[in-house]
Design a protein around this ligand. Structure first.
Ligand code: FMN
Length: 237
């Protein structure tokens, strides 16, 4: 079977790991695969915290309600939706475009203009007032042309960023599997305390999931994998 499909079909949520060291090169490869996932407007609105020191891992595992995958993992990856990185990301892209001959000055200016409009559109503003103004403007514009709605509130923005973060998480887990490292995604954690522990800002950051990483314990018996039948999850039109 194709190697990518093999990793997809082999991946399971592993609940008990045995201690192994994940070498730096492997860690970097896994994280690099994560950031190759597609993201909305290529904004990559996320940050991964790779927790590997024994003390920090124990603290994070406690905040994952002491779940076994967290307690026994070789590393814990906290995937954070980050809505405060948009300006830095677009500036980084402009710098990258400037360093390459494929992009004309006009193309770079176009990108800068679009990025600026995007940033304004994606700005919730204080007390959600700007969100209300945007809602009104877009409601009127939609009477004339089908445009949809940009993310309006901070909550909408987190929802927007969570989509791209989740895709990066899946890439991360498939890459780990392909490299012989098992994973368990977890949403069982105390978000408020874990955010505080990592020094995150409630304004810009929301933890999407924590991924336990390691080698499946030899003593762990994996239950069979069940999925809804294809017809229950797919509509072909
Ligand atoms: C968003 C998300 C949150 C999850 N949270 C937990 C969790 O907190 N603890 C846990 O043991 N497993 C968790 N899982 C793993 C699921 O239980 C597991 O993926 C599911 O039962 C299917 O099993 P499989 O991944 O082995 O096919 C989570 C999975 C996802 C995608």
């Amino acid at each position: 079977m194709n190697g990518i499909l093999e990793a997809i079909y082999q991946r399971r949520a592993v609940k008990l790991f045995e201690p192994v060291e994940i070498p730096k090169e492997m860690r970097e490869q896994i994280l690099d695969a994560a950031r190759h996932a597609p993201s909305s407007f290529n904004m990559q609105p996320y940050r991964f915290y790779w927790v590997r020191s024994t003390a920090k891992k124990a603290a994070v595992a406690r905040l994952c309600h002491g779940q076994m995958p967290a307690q026994t993992a070789s590393a814990l990856v906290v995937a954070v939706a980050d809505i405060g990185s948009m300006r830095a990301t677009s500036e980084g892209q402009v710098e990258w475009m400037r360093s390459r001959s494929e992009f004309s000055a006009e193309k770079i200016r176009d990108y800068e203009r679009t990025a600026k409009i995007g940033r304004i559109l994606f700005m919730p503003g204080p007390l959600g007032i700007f969100a209300m103004v945007k809602r009104g403007i877009f409601w009127l514009l939609n009477l004339w042309k089908t445009l949809g709605m940009p993310p309006l509130s901070r909550q909408d923005l987190f929802k927007w960023a969570t989509k791209s973060t989740s895709l990066a998480c899946e890439n991360l887990m498939i890459a780990a599997e392909a490299l012989g490292i098992n994973t368990c995604p977890m949403e069982g954690f105390d978000g408020r305390r874990l955010s505080k522990y990592l020094g995150l800002s409630a304004r810009y950051h929301e933890i999407v999931m924590v991924i336990a990483m390691g080698k499946k314990s030899q003593g762990y018996v994996q239950p069979p994998q069940w999925r809804r039948p294809l017809e229950a999850t797919v509509t072909v039109l």
